[in-house]
Design a protein around this ligand. Structure first.
Ligand code: TXA
Ligand code: MG
Length: 337
């Protein structure tokens, strides 16, 4: 059924237009909060990637996230907090000592920690799992939204399910235009790669998704175990490949011979004779810079006229571990979100 543009959509669920609003515009935060308070979704900037936010305590609002993203409801969402007090409300039982130490060191910032969930957290948020993923973003614009909203916001990356995470407001439009009421433009995300996700098992820190907070940094707080299994979904390994461009992606060693016409995402240097589209992640070989450029480079290479994308591997240290995890998935080596 369709309605004239001026007629309010009685379902309220599928907006016909997506409004883009700049974070600098007067009243922007008020407007975003009024949309959130109505139980609707807004795409917001974080320091990692853009998230699609909705009231985490309202199942109808959370359901709108799943439907806009076409995300299967067995894949749980990260909850973003206005302040640390909310950990006490959303977590069942005492907060583990190790979690407190990690929060002191890395929050606000790109570290997501799993906690036993309290009754307050709707099952839809955790996809029925007993634990909830919590994080405090360091992005000043998202922080302003959370402060004013004064409650937790569930927010997965603001892409359609299985696609590359957005790092600009324009990327979000490509993904979700017409499916969500509003995008808050806070510029390009600084980190460019999603948060590190950890679960705490006694003194051990299990890394379920590699990210900007590196195993090295975590190892100051306990033994680090790399699990790279972000989802405890009932069908592990059966989700479609994630971070997937439409074109085939092939990974090569730095400097390895490649088809001169392919779209090349090089780590540091171009190659002699390469005529296809070219992206250089970091001329100085800086892995943080490479991470910040990765998803935009993949998006542009995917939109180019080349028939395939070739990406050079980066050294698997520091945030390079997270980059390689994303690249392995883009190349279809792993089939798990
Ligand atoms: O940087 C980020 O983490 C971004 C920004 C927006 O905060 N968010 C993000 O969310 O990447 P999403 O939904 O795209 O990825 C979250 C991952 C998913 O793979 C999900 O399965 C996992 O976290 N996850 C969430 N809650 C979980 C839980 N309770 N147990 C296990 N895995 C969980
Ligand atoms: Mg995602």
């Amino acid at each position: 059924m369709s309605f004239p543009a001026t007629h309010p959509n009685p379902t309220g669920a599928v907006p016909e237009n997506t409004r883009l609003i700049s974070a600098g515009e007067p009243g922007a935060i008020d407007l975003v909060c009024s949309v959130l308070e109505q139980g609707n979704t807004v795409a917001v900037p974080t320091e990692t990637v853009y998230g699609l936010a909705a009231n985490a305590l309202l199942p109808e609002a959370v359901a709108r996230i799943y439907s806009a993203k076409e995300r299967p409801s067995f894949d749980p969402l990260i909850v973003h907090l206005p302040d640390r007090e909310w950990v006490l409300r959303l977590c069942e039982g005492p907060v583990p000592e190790l979690a407190l130490k990690l929060m002191d060191r890395f929050w606000p910032g790109p570290l997501t920690i799993l906690f036993s969930k309290s009754e307050l957290v709707p099952d839809l948020v955790t996809a029925g799992l007993p634990r909830v993923a919590l994080r405090m973003s360091a992005h000043p614009v998202f922080q302003a939204v959370l402060r004013q909203f004064a409650g937790p916001l569930a927010a997965p990356s603001a892409n359609r399910f299985g696609r590359i995470s957005p790092v600009t407001a324009n990327d979000v439009r490509e993904e979700l235009e017409g499916r969500i009421p509003m995008i808050l433009d806070g510029g390009k995300c600084e980190r460019g790669i999603e948060s590190t996700i950890v679960s705490l098992e006694g003194d051990r820190i299990c890394v379920l998704r590699a990210g900007p907070v590196t195993p090295d940094e975590l190892s100051a707080f306990g033994e680090v175990v790399m699990q790279n299994r972000p989802s405890e979904s009932p069908v592990p390994g059966q989700l479609p490949s994630h971070y997937a461009p439409r074109k085939p992606v092939r990974l090569v060693e730095e400097g390895e011979r490649v088809d001169a016409n392919s779209a090349l995402i090089a780590f540091r240097h171009s190659r002699e004779g390469h005529v296809g589209p070219l992206e250089i992640l970091s001329k100085t070989g800086d892995l943080e810079e490479a991470a910040a450029h990765l998803f935009s480079a993949l998006r542009r290479a995917d939109a180019s006229t080349a028939s395939g994308i070739v990406v050079e591997k980066v050294p698997p240290r520091g945030i390079g571990i997270a980059i390689m995890e994303r690249l392995d998935r883009a190349a279809g080596k792993e089939a798990n979100e």
